[in-house]
Design a protein around this ligand. Structure first.
Ligand SMILES: [Zn+2]
Length: 259
């Protein structure tokens, strides 16, 4: 059995730790201290770090972790590696459609280039043996929303989300931030008649009331209520008077930016 645990960091970040027996993989460790405490408490040895993009809250913990575990490998795209101010060791450069094996955990990861939030942003897909597939998507897809465009165009982000949308519907979605409730408030404005949004919001409020993550989500769930994955729906395009999915995406993302 593989476990995926959220290590809370900063105000609303999650550093995901995928572990099996005593080996662990960390996704976007922005803070070394909370990671170190978690690994020690659970007697885990980290074997690799997966980086989705170069923003400080995703990479700032890496140097301290590599100092403690010098063998620790870092998977990152070339574009994002070039943008971080850190000197990362044991770098494995990843790119779109690449597949790599992680022997220590007997797993294979598939890389998806998902530009938009940043230009070299990648997501990592993994089919866990006899478990549901998982996607670590950084700041690209959020539950009920999507990341802001810091570097890419609306068209790029739209295509990145479309690419994620082709994955199996039971894919478990591990995003980096707890933004779900705020996203659902906006989603409700976009689609006031969508009951899936209302029901999911009740479930998320209960989780947050006891300080539990609303994540992971699933692709199936997102398809039912995430407006950015629903731009192809003619009724929604009509409602907001947009010609096609890509126009509607741009319209919604711009609206959300000043929401
Ligand atoms: Zn970011």
């Amino acid at each position: 059995m593989y476990h995926i645990t959220a290590i809370a960091a900063f105000k609303d970040n999650y550093i995901w730790c995928l572990h099996h027996q005593h080996k662990a993989v960390l996704v976007d460790p922005g803070d070394a201290e909370v990671v170190h405490a978690f690994l020690t408490a659970h007697q885990l040895e980290p074997v690799a770090i997966l980086v989705t993009h170069h923003h400080w809250d995703h990479v700032d913990g890496i140097p301290a972790l590599q100092q403690h575990w010098p063998e620790l490998a870092v998977y990152i795209s070339a574009g994002e590696r070039d943008k971080t101010k850190h000197q990362l060791k044991n770098c494995h450069i990843v790119s779109d459609a690449m597949q790599f094996a992680m022997k220590e955990l007997q797993l294979t990861f598939n890389v998806l280039a998902v530009p938009g939030h940043t230009l070299g942003h990648v997501a990592y897909f993994c089919q866990l043996p006899e478990q549901e597939p998982v996607l670590f998507c950084g700041d690209t897809l959020f539950s009920g929303g999507c990341g802001r465009l810091f570097e890419g165009t609306h068209q790029q982000m739209y295509q990145s989300l479309q690419k994620i949308n082709t994955l199996p519907s039971n894919t478990q979605i591990y995003c980096t931030h707890e933004y779900t409730l705020a996203n659902l408030q906006f989603a409700h404005e976009v689609e006031p008649d969508n009951n899936a949004i209302v029901e999911y919001r009740v479930w998320c409020e209960a989780k947050r009331a006891v300080n539990l993550p609303t994540l992971p989500s699933s692709l199936d769930k997102e398809r039912q209520m995430n407006p950015y994955l629903r731009c192809e729906m003619p009724a929604l395009q009509q409602r907001w008077q947009q010609q096609n999915g890509s126009d509607l995406f741009r319209f919604l993302r711009l609206w959300k930016d000043r929401y």
